[in-house]
Design a protein around this ligand. Structure first.
Ligand SMILES: [Zn+2]
Length: 182
């Protein structure tokens, strides 16, 4: 594989990477493929099954015991495919209120936060998530959650006892798992 910038041969390594691009400050992806150019330093981070990863992150945030931090509110709103305008409409608040929730100038009310979590649970069904869990949330601090995720062989693949997939097919039978959430 050649570098797009300088055409030198890329070096492929596996590393833990902070996934800041998702908008959440503390998400670490374990052991993912990074293609780095030894000459110019350009790098390409390979994140397979992105949708699956975002579903996992949404599911983790739904169960967060404390209040949602502002980047988490934005992440969940985007995971619903809602614009800020649409979010304001669904929640029955002004567009400026959404801005304040998402830039940290105002904390969502506990009622609004439950509504957001319910919408996410409804739109991207999360296995075993029960409305009961909402009673335990929306208390305490709103520090962003620290999440570590790893790509693991999917349960379906393991159950069928298939032989280990080739690297090319691997992404298809793997799914993102939660390694740690603090
Ligand atoms: Zn290069």
């Amino acid at each position: 594989m050649k570098c797009f910038e300088c055409a030198a041969e890329l070096k492929v390594v596996r590393e833990n990477r902070r996934y800041k691009e998702c908008g959440l400050p503390n998400v670490v992806l374990r052991n993912i493929e990074v293609r780095r150019c030894p000459r110019c330093g350009a790098e390409d981070v390979v994140i397979p099954r992105l949708e699956d990863l975002h579903r996992l992150l949404a599911a983790v945030l739904l169960r967060k015991p404390g209040r949602l931090a502002s980047p988490e509110v934005r992440f969940l709103r985007k995971s619903l495919g809602w614009s800020a305008e649409g979010f304001a409409g669904h929640m029955g608040v002004a567009r400026e209120t959404v801005s304040r929730w998402e830039n940290g100038h105002e904390q969502m009310s506990p009622v609004a936060e439950r509504l957001l979590r319910l919408a996410v649970a409804h739109e991207t069904p999360v296995q075993g998530y029960h409305v009961r869990e909402l009673a335990a949330i929306a208390k305490g601090e709103s520090a962003p959650l620290q999440v570590t995720a790893r790509l693991a062989e999917s349960r379906a693949g393991r159950q069928r006892g298939r032989p280990r997939p080739t690297a090319a097919a691997a992404a298809g039978s793997h799914s993102w798992e939660l390694a740690q959430a603090v």
